[in-house]
Design a binder for this molecule. Structure first.
Ligand SMILES: NC(=O)c1ccc[n+]([C@@H]2O[C@H](COP(=O)([O-])OP(=O)(O)OC[C@H]3O[C@@H](n4cnc5c(N)ncnc54)[C@H](O)[C@@H]3O)[C@@H](O)[C@H]2O)c1
Length: 404
């Protein structure tokens, strides 16, 4: 649509947010950044209504991001006539209910990972979204890093030869303090798996995205190092308090996982993750080895890749390449190398892919099928922990995007 001066009039897209915790706030910032970084999309997201049972969170979302309305009930978001797309940023156990309701209301949604507390819940969401013909987005944020996109391109072009093996680690210290509250993340019913869902869903997606092939079988072990944590006191999300006399509650899912994996393409991999790793802040890295080189990326240095080309002599090693205009969407954020993107910027890229998916009707963002694929790997790993045997992972179904 053009205005009286012949200029393109941006289309307005009504946004509803369900859950205004850490991720809900981040989705909001991403929507607000899209018209600046992705002006060519010609879309201005309008923050219409936010739902969260904690009034302090909806008050803050209205004040900080400008949501016009607030409610405690997510159904008000889905029923709102001005809402055309929805963000679902709730704890994992609410994902299935909220996503099925969004699909029922015909609203495309951007949902956080892991998509539910089990592979069965993820399968329900994927099936219903596909049946409704909806485009979706899932918060596989790390594949949005321009350096990761560049690494994927180099790997596809054969820069490291035939990929042989991957080492992927998602080590964090966010629960390293045993006095940290036993929030929903440590409860089976509310989170499902521990690091297999919370952190390795990212790792599984990242590895599959980089090599464009699905994991086909796994063998795994898990461990819970901190067996009990204090009951949460006042506050929500990452601001939750713990009193000195709080009673201890059991930690019901794993702090640590190690997974051996085979990919359908023949690539083999090791995945490792901890959430109690003293010294590992956000040590989320992937190392892809090939017959003619290797490429490494780590979130703690998200604006660079380490690349090693085939040795022509004994004198060789990794070279560091800083992100610049050749790397994915880097140029939309910064004019030159050395001026880095942040985690929030990766979420803006994800938000732009979602918006572009909604307005074009093509699935461009990571999809519910991608999320189901990672949940099925996690479920196979859980089975392997119980049986001690290798377990096959079902072939992905639906509109996966990791293999494009
Ligand atoms: N993509 C990523 O890198 C990334 C990072 C962190 C978290 N996550 C995912 O985002 C999701 C949310 O995590 P978070 O860290 O924002 O959690 P959080 O605890 O900070 O926020 C959760 C919010 O949900 C709200 N909520 C609870 N019950 C609700 C209900 N019935 N209706 C609506 N809202 C409700 C809470 O009040 C809170 O505001 C999780 O699935 C998590 O795995 C993804």
């Amino acid at each position: 649509m053009t205005n009286s001066h012949g200029a393109l009039t941006p289309r307005r897209l009504g946004i509803g947010l369900i859950s205004a915790g850490w991720m809900g706030r981040l989705h909001s910032r991403a929507y607000l950044a899209v018209p600046d970084k992705y002006a060519d999309l010609g879309v201005i997201p309008e923050l219409v209504i936010v739902a969260d049972p904690v009034k302090a969170n909806t008050d803050a979302a209205r004040r900080q991001f400008g949501y016009r309305e607030a409610t405690a009930d997510y159904r008000d978001v889905l029923a709102h006539p001005a809402v055309q797309a929805v963000s679902i940023c709730a704890p994992n156990y609410l994902h299935r209910e909220f996503a099925l309701a969004a699909a029922g209301a015909g609203k495309p949604f951007w949902i956080e990972k892991p998509m539910g507390v089990s592979a069965a819940q993820a399968a329900d969401v994927a099936q219903v979204a596909d049946a409704a013909g909806l485009v979706t987005a899932v918060g596989f944020t790390y594949r949005q890093a321009p350096a990761v996109e560049y690494a994927k391109k180099l790997i596809a072009e054969g820069a490291i030869g035939r990929v042989t093996n991957i080492h992927c680690k998602f080590d964090a210290d966010y629960s390293a303090d045993p006095r940290g509250a036993r929030t929903w993340r440590f409860e089976l019913a509310k989170a499902g798996a521990g690091v297999l869902g919370d952190l390795l869903s990212h790792g599984f997606d990242l590895a599959q995205y980089l090599v464009g092939s699905p994991v086909s079988a796994v063998s795994a072990m898990t461990e819970t190092f901190v067996k009990e944590r204090p009951e949460p006191g006042a506050g929500t999300g990452h601001g939750v308090q713990v009193s000195d006399d709080a009673r201890l509650l059991p930690v019901e899912n794993e702090d640590y996982a190690a997974v051996l994996a085979r990919f359908a393409s023949g690539v083999v991999a090791t995945f490792e993750s901890t959430r109690v790793g003293v010294g590992s802040r956000c040590d989320y890295g992937v190392q892809v080895h090939g017959t003619a080189g290797a490429i490494g990326w780590n979130f703690e240095r998200l604006n660079e890749i380490a690349i090693c080309s085939a040795p022509s002599s004994r004198d060789y090693g990794y070279a560091r390449e800083l992100s610049d205009h050749r790397f994915g969407d880097f140029a939309r954020f910064q004019p030159g190398a050395g001026m880095g993107l942040s985690f929030d910027d990766l979420k803006t890229i994800e938000g732009a892919r979602f918006i572009q998916s909604v307005t074009s009707g093509s699935q461009l963002a990571p999809s519910v099928a991608d999320a189901l694929a990672t949940s099925q790997i996690a479920a196979a790993a859980q089975q392997s922990v119980k049986s001690g045997a290798w377990v096959s992972v079902p072939a992905p179904t639906g509109k996966t995007t990791f293999d494009r």
